[in-house]
Structures are given as C-alpha cells and as structure tokens.
Design a protein around this ligand. Sequence first.
Ligand code: UD1
Ligand code: CA
Length: 490
Amino acid sequence: MFVDSIKLDQGSGRTGFPVDVVIMAAGKGTRMKSKLPKVLHAIAGRPLLHHVMDTAAALLARNVVVITGHGAEEVEAACARFTGPAADFALQFVRQEPQLGTGHAVQQAVPALADDGVVVVLSGDVPLTQADTLFHLIRACGGDKLALLTLEQTNPAGYGRIVRADNGGADAAVQAIVEHKDASEAQRQITEIYSGIMVVPAARLKTWLARLDNQNAQNEYYLTDIVKFAVADGVAVVGHKITDAVQVAGVNSPVQLGELERAYQLQQAHRLMEEGVRLADPARIDVRGDLLCSHDVSIDVNCIFEGQVNLGEGVRIGANCVIANCVIAAGAVIHPFTHIDGEKLGVTVGAGALIGPFARLRPGAHLGADVHIGNFVEVKNSTLAQGAKANHLAYLGDATVGERVNFGAGAITANYDGANKHRTVIEADVHVGSNCVLVAPVTLGAGGTVGGGSTITKSTAPGALSVARGKQVSIANWARPQKAAKPPQA
Ligand code: UD1
Ligand code: CA
C-alpha cells in the first residue's frame, strides 16, 4: 500500500499531474550498418536507450512504455536493470510489427497509458535531452495543451516544419507540423523544425491517434498529424523553442554517434572543471560512468574513467591512464599509462601512494598510504600495508604484504597451482630480493630477507635470511671453446 502510494505520487511532484513516458525504439537504424539494434549502441559506454531511460527517471515518470520492433528481444533484454522492486518507474514494452510510422508506434502504447496523465514522447536514439528542458515542456503543456519541442535549424531538410499562424511571428500559434516530403516549397523555407519530442495530455492523445491516416508522401501514420487535430479541437498548441541542438540530436549513423559522444564528453569535462578539476585538455578525457573528484585534482590528457571512480584531494592522474571502479585517496599520484580496474571487488589506493608508470592494479588490490607500485608491476587481490614497495617488474597475486616491505624487481608470487589459488603472506619489513618466486601458500616472517633469485617453497622465520637457489660454481681461468679456423679458399 505504502509503496503504491509513493508510485502514484511519482511524476506529479514537480508538475502537478502524473507523467508517463513513451520511448519510440522500433526503428531499424539501417545507416548504423550493424547487427546491434540502434538504440543499444553506446554513448559513454552505455546504450542510447539507457540514457533516455535515465532522463525518464529524472522526470519522476510514473510509467515508461518502450516501443520495440527491430531487435525487440535484444532491446528488451538490455533493459532488465530498469525493472524490479528498486526500479524508478513501471516499465512496459510494447511491440510494433511492422513499423508504419511514428503515429502507428505511439498507437501501440495506447492500452498501456492511463488517461489521467500527460505523455512525454521521446525517441530511444536521442540520448542527450536534459530533464530541465523536458520539465519546461511539461509545464508548457500544463496538463491540457499540446507542447512541442522545436529548434531553429540552418539546414532543416528532412525535418518536420513548424507551421505557425500568419506564416510569421515567432510566438504565433502553431497550426501544423508538415513533414519535409509533404511540404510545399514555401513551407520548406521554414527553419523552425519539430525535434521529435512532445508532451500531450493522455486522454487527448488517444482520441487524436484514433483519427490518424497514412494519406501522405510516405504512406506512414505520422504522429505529427495530431497537431492539426489539436487545432481543430480548439486545444492550444505551444512550441517551446530551444537553441541547443545536441539535446534533440538523434543517432542515425556512426558519424552522428561519434559526434554525440564528443558532445557528451565535453559536457562531462565542463562539469568537472566547474567543480575545480584541472583538465590538461577538456577535449581529451572520457568519462564512462561516475567520476567524483575532491579539490585540486588534476588529470592529464587521454585518460578514460569507467564505472565508479573517486579521486581524493590533490590526486594527480598522468597521461593515458585507464581507471575503473576504484577509490584513490588524497595526494596519490598515478603516473602515465597506468591501468586500474577494480571490477566487482574494487581497488583502493592509499593517501600519498605512487603508482606507475605502466602499472596494473586489478580487482581486490588494496594499497595503503605511501605504497609505491612501479613500472610493469601487476597487483591482484592483494593488500599492501603502508609504505610497502614493488617498484619494478613484479607480480603480487593473493598476497598480504606488511608495512615497509620491499618487493624486488622481477619477484613474483606463484599463487596458482593449476587448480587452486593460494595466499602469500609477507610480514612487515621483509626484503624480497630480485627475481624471487614465492610459491604459495607461504609466509615470510617479519623483518626477514630473501636472497635474489630464490624460489621459496617453505615459510621463513622472522628475521631470517633465506636463500634457495643453485650454489654458484666458479672455475678459474676457464678457456672458452674456439671456433675452428676456416680452410683456405680453393
Ligand atoms: C520525425 C518527425 C519529424 C521530426 C523528426 C525529428 C514524424 C512523422 N516526423 O521524423 O517531424 O522533425 O522526427 O527527428 O514523426 N519509430 C518507430 N516506429 C516507426 C517509425 C519510427 O519506433 O514506425 C521510431 C524511430 O526508431 C525513431 C523515432 O521513432 O526512434 C523517430 O523516427 P524517425 O524515422 O527518425 O523520424 P522521422 O520520421 O524522420
Ligand atoms: Ca522516418
């Protein structure tokens, strides 16, 4: 009961009436030249459709109806994370087979729409619309008007044109949307276009959809024809014009996908800089997830952030790093070309730690304060206590490393016996020489030393020096074999 009443409240919080969203996502996307349904192509690592669903969530939508057709099963499966008890809205899928136009698409949603709300019509391939723009449009609709989001386009070819009264004034009443293919030469001169986004009272929408026909240049059922029905029924039609084309730009081709990716990334970059982050070049950063930064963070060029990444105060990220799912504490420095991915287990880097260049931190790497991880060092599922160092060419897997341990160049933990993983424990202040193999399970007692080149298979006592390698043999004045002299040429 309680949960239901919260759901009923959704959508009316900022607007005074319930908001339902219809997302058209049945189109083929031929120009993508891809087997993947168009709306599943990614911006910032996430399907276009997920961006639109996020927008619906930001609108506090009550119901979201996604109209699928081409690749319907794949599209529906890709939206599983928007369902379930924690979902932001009630999600339904409606199939449109065959695809007979945008009006026909929305007709399929009619049985899923209640009469008491307003319907926001969005497209699954228009990912960057801002919720505030839509709130503005919802308020323009006001629960009883038809509100259209429009845009001034210098090259309006292909778009539906906004025809206003008296063929004139920017604020004159909207009379119709005329599709490019149906437009007269005079109408084609109009540069105000319909963005593809509208807000319409649900009950009205239903009656208008029932009146659509396909008597037009494309023999499609045009959603845009409802404008003339609204005018005929004396319902006010308001055009809300915006100037930011990116917000209504659709993806039809890989080129457009690339353009919107850059537009999105530039938005992220500006947001970060406004929060105080110093970016060496706002055009050369990619955030595919959530990047949270404290004060005085600086990020050099060509870095990619994925999943959930938190950077503490004063963290410096060098050029060409890929950093995913990790928490980096204040003052740590990540040198260039470092790869960090915490995946599910996460990675934590302690305050003041120095990582890289060319380091690799894998899931479950938890590094304390002032740890140093140098070039070509890989750390996986291991804990390094404060001040521990592995500066060159090393592997630490399934290891517990104590404070101030020095792990030599070329040393590794042999954690895998071909069937199972085993743990290596290196207690505080141990010094592991270069090129050692620590065969797990094994424990090196505190303060011990392991001679370079040792293969350690048995645990060592605290304070001991352990050497486990072939004894050196030297033969004095050794005469190297000589090559036989070549016979003289005949
Ligand atoms: C539509 C508008 C046009 C507007 C333009 C903005 C109509 C008739 N025209 O043009 O006024 O300027 O958007 O981009 O609405 N879809 C379906 N089922 C269908 C047809 C389309 O789900 O049967 C989906 C598409 O996948 C897409 C969206 O609807 O996500 C818009 O379709 P699209 O063909 O891109 O729009 P246009 O008809 O070109
Ligand atoms: Ca079309």
